[in-house]
Design a protein around this ligand. Structure first.
Ligand code: ADP
Ligand code: ZN
Length: 669
């Protein structure tokens, strides 16, 4: 959508967008004003000279020698003489011209004054131009005054931002690089994310290896995850591991300054990073500048943000990563609002999810943070990790610190478990208002619901494999989730695969009905998607007996946003039949799904039990549970995937683990 822009903006924008030019213009104006106030500096001829100059419109000046000047005086051509410390100025009238003669003085000569007296020439002294005073009065003081005013305004305008008082479009003083001393081992419980960024360290350390092969080094990586999950920490660890400089800025700091400054700062930021390349640039809260233009609407647009965003895009496209190995890491917890332009190839074309930690992750994070804490023997971090479901790394770091503070207040020598428990309580009480933590009752519903999805996914031909089942809340929308492996390059869906997807979607609601005895609102999204699939089967794909091969809805044009309302080109009777069909079809699938769940109820109970313990179970474990159940009751296996080998391996692993259960689990390096 084109943005309407009032005309007057254009005028404002010139100055707003060019703070340096504005600054220069204002400086010059102020200097001129100041100069006119204190009068011309330098050669001040005094009043005498002024009277002699009146009525002399044209003026010349000549430099002569001292003796020549004396001759001129002797010849009576000179009307007035001004004697300075080093020079002499003399004024003569020549046919209506005003001529000023300059001569260097000969200080030892004492005959000048008597000569002037003798000839009756008006004379006086003058203070010579002194460059020191000229510079001080003419330039330094006005500039200083101007700076004072400028800084006063700047500091008022950005009290909220803190720091960066100059606001002159220069990032040089504002963005400092550091070489962080953070290593991957300081980032705990984010194994997948760490794995994904490890490659970047290699790019930064040995860019030549990649450049030689003609490979393009990636420029931007988006770190997506809720606040406090360690995105900044991870970015620092990348810089720390590669031992390259780390430039950190926050997206919001770009737009809270003067208009036009954001873009200038982006420019400076990249300039500086280039100087120190290889380097990491970290942009926190990139959504502050990268909000989709469409999302902000035609009126609520923000020129400043748009300029900053455009500058960022230009910089990212502009630098040659073979010459300057710079990787821009940007963090956000709202990837969905980002302008698609940011995500194009060559920009932030990689995404790394930094999620809230599961039980193991929380335990690992706690262990990192208690390293410097004096702990009593009774401390059981496992219990703390269990109690802190849904909390992020930053919350856990806080809990550890809070526990130490509490122990200190009680004048203890060591931090005890009760201090940790109290700290947890405080943290949770504080967070319950802010973010969502699920109640045990909700946890139960979510566990059954997700297990239902998982069971159907693993026992239905054509469904996607489960990678992970979780009851950790993800953002505000989802209380839990079941992750399915996306299949690569899949362009076609067969009918049985569509039906399988419907079954999996219905598995959540069906599990609630069977195992909880009451249904909840948690299935709304599942049901909507299931309905959409049936509808598409009927209306678009010709897969139903009710409409046969007749296509009733044209595929929407994705490039035009797909916003057009479908035109109904069929009878009311058929419409009713279709509605009836969709309802019947879904009910039929639902009955089938319920039967399956009832049959496997023992397996479901096992999954729920493990979800309660660990909050997350891997897809492999889901298959293992199902296989164990089938073997136990000698049921013919409905398992779709055949990772028997994996299962054997997993069993051995489980055995080993149960032997050394008490040992803390080490991080994979
Ligand atoms: P984000 O950038 O995602 O908001 P930060 O990286 O600023 O989060 O995290 C704040 C602090 O929380 C870190 O400095 C660290 O002390 C702690 N923290 C967060 N996540 C982790 C983690 N995975 N491992 C260890 N500490 C963490
Ligand atoms: Zn669901």
């Amino acid at each position: 959508m084109a943005k309407k822009r009032p005309n007057r903006d254009k005028k404002d924008n010139f100055f707003n967008q060019n703070p340096l030019i504005t600054f220069a213009i204002f400086s010059i104006i102020i200097i001129l004003l100041f100069k006119s106030m204190i009068g011309p500096t330098g050669g001040n001829m005094g009043e005498g000279a002024a009277t002699h100059m009146v009525g002399a419109p044209i003026q010349k000046s000549k430099e002569v020698s001292y003796s020549e000047l004396k001759n001129l005086i002797k010849q009576g051509q000179i009307k007035y003489v001004a004697i300075g410390q080093r020079t002499i100025k003399a004024i003569a009238d020549e046919n209506g011209y005003k001529v000023i003669y300059f001569a260097n003085r000969v200080p030892e000569d004492n005959t000048l004054i008597p000569l002037l007296e003798q000839k009756g020439v008006d004379y006086g002294g003058y203070s010579e131009s002194n460059w020191v005073s000229e510079v001080i009065f003419g330039w330094v003081i006005p500039i200083f005054i101007f700076f004072a005013i400028w800084m006063f305004l700047a500091s008022r305008m950005q009290k909220s931002v803190g720091g960066g008082i100059l606001g002159m479009g220069s990032a040089k003083k504002l963005i400092n690089s550091e070489k962080p001393n953070v290593k991957f081992s300081d980032v705990a419980g984010a194994e997948e994310a760490k794995e994904e960024v490890k490659e970047i360290v290699d790019f930064l350390k040995y860019p030549d290896r990649y450049v030689k092969l003609g490979a393009k080094i990636p420029k931007g990586v988006l770190l997506v995850g809720p606040p406090g999950t360690g995105k900044t920490l991870l970015a620092k660890a990348v810089a720390g591991e590669a031992s390259v400089p780390f430039f950190a800025v926050s997206g919001s700091s770009f737009i809270e300054m003067f208009v036009g400054v954001g873009a200038a700062r982006v420019r400076d930021l990249f300039e500086q990073a280039k100087k120190e390349a290889p380097a990491i640039i970290f942009i926190d809260e990139i959504d502050a500048i990268g909000k989709s233009r469409a999302a902000t609407g035609p009126i609520g647009g923000n020129d400043e943000r748009e300029q900053t965003l455009n500058q960022l895009l230009a910089e990212m496209d502009g630098f040659d990563s073979a010459k300057y190995p710079i990787i821009v890491l940007a963090a956000t917890n709202r990837p969905e609002v980002l302008d698609p332009a940011l995500l194009r190839p060559g920009r932030f074309d990689r995404t790394v999810v930094v999620d809230k930690p599961d039980f193991e992750g929380r335990l690992a994070i706690l262990k990192v943070h208690v390293k410097h804490i004096k702990m009593a023997k009774d401390v059981d971090l496992t219990e703390i990790a269990k109690l802190t479901a849904g909390l992020a790394g930053a919350d856990l770091a806080n809990i550890v610190n809070e526990a130490a503070l509490l122990a200190g207040r009680k004048n203890k020598k060591e931090v005890e478990q009760e201090d940790f428990l109290e700290a947890v309580e405080r943290a949770i009480a504080g967070l319950e208002k802010k973010s969502r933590r699920i109640s045990p009752k909700e946890k139960k519903i979510v566990a059954y619901h997700e297990s239902g999805h998982a069971l159907l996914a693993e026992t239905t031909q054509g469904a996607k494999r489960v990678t992970k089942v979780s009851i950790i809340p993800r953002g505000l929308a989802a209380l839990g989730y079941t992750l399915n492996t996306p299949e690569e390059n899949k362009y076609l869906m067969q009918k049985h695969e569509l039906v399988a997807e419907i079954d999996v979607l219905l598995g959540g609601r069906a599990a609630e009905e069977i195992f909880i005895g009451e249904i909840s609102t948690g299935a709304a999204n599942d049901l909507e998607r299931a309905t959409d699939i049936v509808k598409a089967m009927v209306m678009m794909y010709g897969m139903s007996e009710v409409a046969g091969l007749m296509v009733l809805e044209k595929q929407r044009n994705l490039f035009l946003g797909g916003g057009m309302a479908p035109v109904k080109e069929y009878s009311e009777k058929l419409a009713e039949d279709i509605d009836e069909f969709i309802k019947r079809f879904l009910n039929q699938r639902y009955e089938h799904v319920k039967d399956r769940l009832k049959e496997y109820s023992e397996a479901i109970e096992e999954m729920v039990k493990e979800l309660f313990e660990k909050e997350v179970i891997e897809g492999k474990r889901v298959r293992e549970i199902i296989r164990e159940f089938e073997e136990k009751h000698s049921i013919e296996s409905k398992l779709v995937s055949d990772d028997l080998e994996d299962i054997k391996e997993a069993k051995e692993r489980a055995k080993k683990e149960s032997q050394k259960e008490d040992e803390p689990k080490r991080e994979k390096e």
